[in-house]
Design a protein. Structure first.
Lengths: 123, 114
């Protein structure tokens, strides 16, 4: 069964850090670029970050640049998002999502999503 | 960044009737040399993650019923549900992946049963 399963969310105080994980199964994980997309409560979708299939190229939304770091371990088919200096407006459900392209630079549309992990930043 | 807008914000359609959602981008998402529009549509049901419906503006994703279709080019796009079913109640988002980073999403259109 092809699936992505996020974990690591929780309640954290402003300024603290949190590390999210996304475990992939049923797919050749190392072949695909992977993204994080978030959704604040009752709001729309916001792209957060991407890593290329081999972990080389990485890009970030301006709202998280310098605070969040995306990484991956292809040997364990796992994607990560290290979040530091968390703010109230980082409160959201964080989804990992698979890029629609195989290898290359990716297409940046998302053909497989996890169920998400909830992050709440609150004092 | 490319700004995506959608209309209407919400609509209610009778079962079996047609639902039409509009999406507009602030600049063209047509890659002329490839003749491809870098535009995707997603469906998000309550309590669920988004699901890819359409990519390249008009290509249905695997397993998506053929009552869903995408059309348009350049800056104006349409998602059509030809015969609304109860299970189609959801929020629908368009997304451009032409000018990256970042990808950008529309604000969403909520579809309900009349």
């Amino acid at each position: 069964q092809v699936q992505l399963v996020e974990s690591g969310g929780g309640v954290v105080q402003p300024g603290r850090s949190l590390r999210l994980s996304c475990a992939a199964s049923g797919l050749n994980f190392r072949s695909y670029g992977m993204h994080w997309v978030r959704q604040a409560p009752g709001k729309g979708l916001e792209w957060v970050a991407v890593t290329a299939h081999d972990g080389t190229n990485k890009h970030y939304a301006d709202s998280v640049k310098g605070r969040f770091t995306i990484s991956r371990d292809n040997s364990k088919s796992t994607l990560f998002l290290q979040m530091t200096d968390l703010r109230d407006d980082d409160t959201a459900v964080y989804y990992c999502a698979k890029d629609g392209a195989v290898y290359g630079d990716g297409y940046w549309y998302f053909d497989l999503w996890g169920r998400g992990t909830r992050v709440t930043v609150s004092s | 960044d490319i700004v995506m807008t959608q209309s209407p914000d919400s609509l209610a359609v009778s079962l079996g009737e047609r639902a039409t959602i509009n999406c507009k981008s602030s600049q063209s998402v047509l890659y002329s040399s490839k003749n491809k529009n870098y535009l995707a549509w997603y469906q998000q049901k309550p309590g669920q993650p988004p699901k890819l419906l359409i990519y390249w503006a008009s290509t249905r994703a695997s397993g998506v019923p053929d009552r869903f279709s995408g059309s348009g080019s350049g800056t104006d796009f349409i998602l059509t549900i030809s015969s609304l079913q109860a299970e189609d109640v959801a929020v629908y988002y368009c997304q451009q992946y032409y000018s990256i980073p970042p990808v950008t999403f529309g604000p969403g259109t909520k579809v309900d049963i009349k």
